[in-house]
Structure formats: structure tokens, C-alpha cells
Design a protein around this ligand. Structure first.
Ligand SMILES: *[C@@H]1O[C@H](CO)[C@@H](O)[C@H](O)[C@H]1NC(C)=O
Length: 262
């Protein structure tokens, strides 16, 4: 399986050269995805980047594999960004105070690939920074649903990460497409993609949302070695009770020691 967080400053050609391209993505209108968060993950010896999304002024949801890395020193979230490299007035750069990785997260097969990040201070909600609703427990998105995935990840094999926010349309697939892998778990994952492999989320897009009908239904998790199709997202509806529980703890200031999973 393929890890999709992005090692910043990595110029290595990837082993699936030839097939490994996002095609069909487009730039989004600036600030039209105001829930999007860019995660700067600062480690020793390496830095990484990921996507995430704001679900409460003090909480960002992302993929566990983005932060389950040895040597991470701190994580910063940038909200309100369109071009993450320029100093936009709209940007709010907020340090992450703690994070909670799902207790059953498994790095070998990416089960339960979900993390909730608690921000050091609340984001200011305005026209450029907004929350996104998450799927409820009973809102299971099914085959054929048309969704999109925004991200600052690589736009092609040869290019680095994107400076401006891009987005790709992807469709929820029949689970049989993913079940060839013994690690696919239908209750906790969503099988997504473009069967022509012309469109895909890619490196650096990890942790970003699968948005269907204006709600976050998935978190970009992983894909299978040499193929852009299918792609696997963490199924938010399955984890909604867990997310609510963690948010309640954040409100009560019951936050684990850093870095710690609960
Ligand atoms: C990681 O990011 C920090 C802060 O931007 C920077 O000071 C450091 O040099 C970076 N490390 C690497 C290995 O690029």
C-alpha cells in the first residue's frame, strides 16, 4: 500500500512512473472551500504536508498516517489559504496543541486511519474560514455518489505539490472494486475513484475530505501500490460517534499528553 502524505522537498521519482498522475483536477475558485486546512508537519529529520478540514473552530480532522511518524516536533494548520505559499490576508496559521489518533489505527493496513487535531486557539470563522459538516452515523454514502476531493497535493508525477488549492471529482465505487484487497473493510472505508485512472487524489492530498453533497464523508487514506484506481477513504459515518466523543473531551479540556493516542 502507498503512503500518501507528502515528504516535502522530496524529488524522488515514484516506482509507478507512467501511471502516477493526477489528471482531471482543476483549480478551485479562491476560498470556495473554506473548511480546507493545510497541515505543515514539522519533524526531525523530515517535514511532511497533508490536508485536513475544519469541523469545529478548535478541531481539524485528518488522516492518522499524517501524524503517526517518529520525530514529529510540531504540526501547524493553515486555514483560509488559496495559494498556501503567498502571504494571503485571509490565512490563519494556528499551531496544533494535541492530537488524538484512533486507538485502533493500524499503520500496516491503514484501518481506522483518522486523527482529530486540537488547535491551540479557535479559528476565527469568517467568509474565508468555515466549518464543514460531517456525515452522521446513519449517513452511509453509496455507490455512484458524485463527490470531490480538494487538496494541495502533487498534480503530476513531475511536479511538486500545488501552491494553489486544486480539486478533483471522484465517484464512490462498488465495494467489490476494493475487496480484492483483503485489507479493505466495508464498514470503515469507502472505495472511490475514476475507473479510467484519469482523475485521482495523490501524494500530499492525504487527510483531505471526500465531499459529497456538501458534507465530509471520507478522509483520503491510501491507494494500492501501482494503481490510481481504486482509492480508499476512511468512512466518516462509521467514526462519527468516536469523533463526537473526542470533541466533547476537547470541550472539557480532557486532552492527552503529546503525542498520545486515545
Ligand atoms: C522543516 O520546516 C522547518 C520550519 O519551516 C524548517 O526550519 C526546517 O529547516 C525544515 N526541515 C527540513 C528538513 O526541510
Amino acid at each position: 500500500m502507498l503512503l500518501l502524505l507528502l515528504l516535502t522537498n522530496a524529488f524522488v521519482l515514484l516506482p509507478w512512473a507512467g501511471a502516477g498522475r493526477i489528471i482531471g483536477g482543476r483549480k478551485v475558485k479562491a476560498h470556495s472551500r473554506p473548511y480546507m486546512a493545510f497541515l505543515e508537519i514539522q519533524g526531525d529529520p523530515k517535514n511532511y504536508s497533508c490536508g485536513g478540514f475544519l469541523i469545529r473552530p478548535d478541531a481539524v480532522l485528518s488522516a492518522a498516517h499524517c501524524v503517526d511518524i517518529k520525530g514529529i516536533e510540531n504540526v501547524t494548520v493553515i486555514l483560509g489559504a488559496h495559494n498556501r505559499k503567498s502571504r494571503e490576508q485571509s490565512q490563519q496559521k494556528i499551531r496544533v496543541r494535541q492530537w488524538v489518533i484512533h486507538p485502533q489505527y493500524c499503520p500496516d493496513d491503514f484501518k481506522n486511519d483518522i486523527v482529530l487535531l486540537k488547535l491551540k486557539k479557535n479559528a476565527v470563522i469568517n467568509k474565508n474560514v468555515k466549518l464543514i459538516s460531517i456525515a452522521k452515523k446513519n449517513e452511509r454514502v453509496g455507490e455512484g455518489a458524485k463527490c470531490n476531493v480538494p487538496g494541495w497535493g502533487r498534480t503530476s508525477l513531475k511536479s511538486l505539490v500545488s501552491d494553489v488549492l486544486m480539486e478533483v471529482d471522484l465517484e464512490v465505487q462498488n465495494e467489490k472494486r476494493c475487496q480484492f484487497s483483503g485489507d479493505y473493510e466495508r464498514q470503515s472505508m469507502i472505495c472511490v475513484g475514476d475507473k479510467y485512472s484519469e482523475k485521482a487524489a495523490y501524494e500530499g492530498d492525504s487527510g483531505g475530505p471526500l465531499v459529497c453533497n456538501k458534507k465530509a464523508h471520507g478522509i483520503f487514506s491510501h491507494m494500492y501500490d501501482d494503481s490510481l484506481f481504486p482509492e480508499v477513504f476512511t468512512r466518516i459515518s462509521h467514526f462519527e460517534p468516536w469523533i463526537r466523543k473526542q470533541l466533547k473531551k476537547f470541550s472539557l479540556n480532557i486532552i492527552p499528553c503529546f503525542p498520545f493516542s486515545d
